[in-house]
Design a protein around this ligand. Sequence first.
Ligand SMILES: [Zn+2]
Length: 390
Amino acid sequence: MSYRSLLMAGWTVLFLFLFLPLGHGAEESKSGWQPELRVGLFSGQKSVTFQASRECVLSLRSNPKKKVSVKKGETITVTVSGWDFQAKGKKFSGECLELRPPDPRDMKDLVTTLNGKPYRGGLQMRLRGGAMVVVNILPVEQYLRGVLPEEMPPSWAPDALKVQAVAARTFALKNRKRHEPEGYDLCSSTHCQLYTGMTEEDPHTDEAIAGTYGEVLFALVNGALIDAPFHTDSGGMTENSEDVWGSYSPCLRAAKEVETKTHPWSKTVTMDEFQKQFNLGKIKKIELSSLEIGKKTKDRTSSGRVKSVQVVGSKGSKTVSGTELRSLFGLKSTLFSVKLQGNQVAFSGYGWGHGLGMSQWGAKAFAERGDGYQKILAHYYQDTIIKKLY
Ligand SMILES: [Zn+2]
């Protein structure tokens, strides 16, 4: 789900494609153009084996004339030896070897089976430290088909799935080049968005993607794509951006939910384990105002999440942030209360995740009561507009 680390606040980067004219109307624009993503799959490979579902060309990115053709279904093994690639008995001296269909328009219909697992689109193999980084290159809409079922159960309400589709598409395009130093845009783990190729694709999530084709969220304040963070469950109210990322965004404001006190959780930590973290001697008390969802206090944010607690021990006291406690003790959220219980420290709270942007369980509740995806997106991402990018 959405437990990605999203601790960067970026409002300044506008991508070139934002300046392209925006399409309108039906599901797929006439040109069929859509941005291509590079998704990192593996690194440290000395050899890969693949088959393509249609005729392709394997060529050097820096010198496309250096190429071999790959027949439909033909098994190809690419190996690295020294600073070169070897494939079909040929040597390719260059940094990046690509597998693409001869006509770029066929990319959306290509399936590449890599080490036995199917992926939409083609491949890039990049030399790195005497081995390969293997990258899946594919159009954004095809990428989303492998992401959505990993981020939200396909059995959920169609409008909740559409909310997730727009959020995941916006996140992917906003975060293009996030892994540029490694030679790709996004990784395939939860750090970016979990992507497993075609194995989990589902007709329900496919429908949500097709029904929102090309739609992304722009901020009204500056016309830039928003970051579109999301999380599993807010527990009753989402959070203001400055209380999670440390910077203000008009789009990411604390928003109410249909239900509160959702996803209750508890966690106990032994006193020894707790004391070890703070070097304050014997813990005497932990000061924190009582939890009330939507009530701001000196040590809680507007949603009621813990800003900080005061830990008082025999050797002194210390202010510890809610986020730090969450990461130290693996708490599901910062929407909690805490008390000393004999030889234990007992945390109890609600929700799951950072609480920023869309709550997935919250979107499900709104969709189930009949709200459409545009209305739900406007609730979680304020002062934004949905536009068709292509
Ligand atoms: Zn990543």
